[in-house]
Write a protein that binds this ligand. Sequence first.
Ligand code: MF3
Ligand code: CO
Length: 256
Amino acid sequence: MAIAYRGKTEIEGIRRAGRVVMEVLAVLRAAVRPGVTTSELNALAERELKARGAISNFKGYRPERGVPPYPAVLCVSVDDEVLHGIPGRRVLREGEIVALDMGAVVDGWHGDSAITVPVGQIAADAQRLLDITQEALRRGIAAAHPGARVLDISRAIQTYVEGQGCAIVRHYGGHGIGRALHEDPFVPNYIERGQANSLLRPGMVMCVEPMVIAGAAATRELPDRWTVVTADGSRSAHFEHTIAITHGDPDILTTA
Ligand code: MF3
Ligand code: CO
């Protein structure tokens, strides 16, 4: 699939989807507290999406044959869960950190964002992981200037995160977005030999989404074929924005 370059009107379409995502994430953030179940958060997200005339790009999503379609509108990944946690009966407990990852489609345009929030009071090292991951996203976005390349985003994220003594999740990463949830290019959060390295040009729209682990980088997938957890049981955090490359500073499309 070729990289798409969007015009002004198209970018405004993606921004409308991005605004819905951020409004709903704000509602979810306010609902996170000890005693809430992850499926309650999903039900709330489903209601809030509907109230805004948006549809989910997560529910029913199927990355490849043999993987069951994703069953919810929201990914809820708690503590050592890295991403794609499926909402269910799990009850949130004081001190946990919870990644909320959600997308929305408005008039055929897709938006996608993730935040990680504390459940009640959290330990200093958990807060530090949240701060590092959010700063990694900020630095990755700051590197997204026209004339730079995808791997400049990856390098900015990796250098910062590893410099803080944390690890970057492999294999999963950011992606182009627009008419579909996942478009070209892939936007890795680390550098590896042989990776594609597209030039960043105005009109490209992509998700930047560092996933950071407090311990070692290794992850594994649970038998549900979706939930990814850290191999060493340490905590993981995730922040994501949908951005457009402009002639100047990157334009964050997932803002409320
Ligand atoms: N936000 C994630 C991503 O960008 C989640 C998509 S997978 C889904 O890839 F199944 F939950 F939709
Ligand atoms: Co994404």
